[in-house]
Ligand binder design. Structure first.
Ligand code: KG4
Ligand code: ZN
Length: 343
């Protein structure tokens, strides 16, 4: 089955073609126009998607040597609603015009399962459940236990900032530019992570009068600690600030993954989302003694191959395609209602 994937949930207009043997084309048009505003401007994103969707899809089909796919998979949320609707409306029109089915895909589920597309992983059709999957992007930071296709439980998630968001904010404090993740990551490689002992918080709640630590994550205190350190000592080398910040993030992420792997007896962790491109996080997870499945950096940030991949998995599993009444959803937890992993 040849599937055309379409992704327009944020600031990348993307289309990809995937068949049973892998990704045949993967086109991403990144909207650099947001950089001057220091963040994504939703209305500008929608307009840019509307102007780029046709050439991007045409390029993906041409590169794959495909005139008409067998099916279309399109991001139907979560994301910026106006932006999602551009891709969804296009997919409906193309589905009607070509006479092929389409299916709405959860963007987070794209990141969640993107590790399964990697060479050496279990292959496009045969996910090796169960495993852990860490989705770390600009808007989400969640560790899932993946029991099967569409069967996800939340093991740990951020209670405030997402990791990518924290990177973007630290980059802004240091005047580095947007998106901040790759810039802070690059500078961190030149700094000393031991210079500033930033906090590695463990959250707690009080149950029946007793204080219990919980496995959720928090990055807003860390971000404030970075701001305070810079204000108190303006002579700090930005590279040392970045390296110390990155080490704190890596330590928190690796701690939660280690705990979950031990408690749930899982030996494999997939990583997805823009911040999965981070060199510190990749190195930290690779050194943990688990099998860490790390997608290529271009498959960590938003792309349509991961959407085509999930759509293909569902259609191959016999799930019915969507009708033209399919609506966009945001927020939308992958697999349906959010379920907490019970301990
Ligand atoms: O998945 P993505 O492309 O879009 C969302 O769905 O959010 O993720 C974008 C986020 C941005 O916050 C960006 O700064 C972050 O991923 N990011 C990184 C790195 N590359 C991208 N964060 C840390 N280190 C990186 N190397
Ligand atoms: Zn994303």
């Amino acid at each position: 089955m040849i599937v055309l994937g379409i992704e327009t949930s944020c600031d990348d207009t993307a289309a990809a073609v995937l068949d049973g043997s892998g990704v045949r084309s993967d086109v991403v048009w990144s909207q650099d126009l947001h950089a001057r505003y220091g963040g994504v401007v939703p209305e500008l994103a929608s307009r840019a998607h509307a102007s780029q969707i046709v050439p991007v899809v045409r390029a993906a089909l041409a590169q794959a040597g495909v005139e008409r796919p067998d099916a279309i998979a399109v991001t139907a949320g979560p994301g910026l609603m106006g932006a999602v609707l551009v891709g969804l409306s296009y997919a409906k029109a193309a589905s009607l015009g070509w006479g092929v089915p389409f299916i709405g895909v959860n963007h987070l589920e794209g990141h969640l399962l993107s590790g399964l597309m990697e060479p050496g992983a279990s292959g496009v059709q045969a996910p090796g459940f169960p495993f852990l999957s860490l989705v770390i992007s600009g808007g989400h930071t969640t560790l899932y236990a993946v029991h099967g296709l569409g069967e996800y439980t939340v093991v740990s998630e951020t209670v405030d900032d997402a990791i990518g968001e924290a990177y973007d904010k630290v980059a802004r404090m240091l005047g580095l530019g947007y998106p901040g993740g790759p810039l802070v990551d690059g500078l961190a490689a030149q700094g000393d992570p031991r210079v500033i002992p930033f906090p590695r918080p463990r959250l707690a709640r009080v149950v029946a009068g007793e204080r219990q630590t919980v496995d959720d994550m928090s990055f807003s205190g860390l971000k404030t600690a970075v701001r305070t350190a810079i204000e108190r000592n303006p002579l700090l080398a930005p590279a040392d600030v970045c390296a110390s910040f990155q080490q704190a993030v890596v330590d928190v992420v690796c701690d939660r993954v280690r705990r979950a792997a031990t408690e749930l007896d899982m030996a494999v962790v997939l990583v997805g989302g823009g911040a999965a491109a981070n060199s510190g996080i990749r190195a930290g997870l690779s050194a943990m003694g688990l099998r860490a499945v790390l997608p290529a950096r271009s498959r960590c940030t938003d792309n349509a191959a991961m959407i085509a991949h999930v759509g293909r998995l569902y259609l191959s599993a016999g799930v019915a395609p969507d009708g033209l009444d399919r609506t966009a959803r945001s927020p939308w937890a992958p697999g349906g209602a959010p379920v907490r992993q019970s301990r």
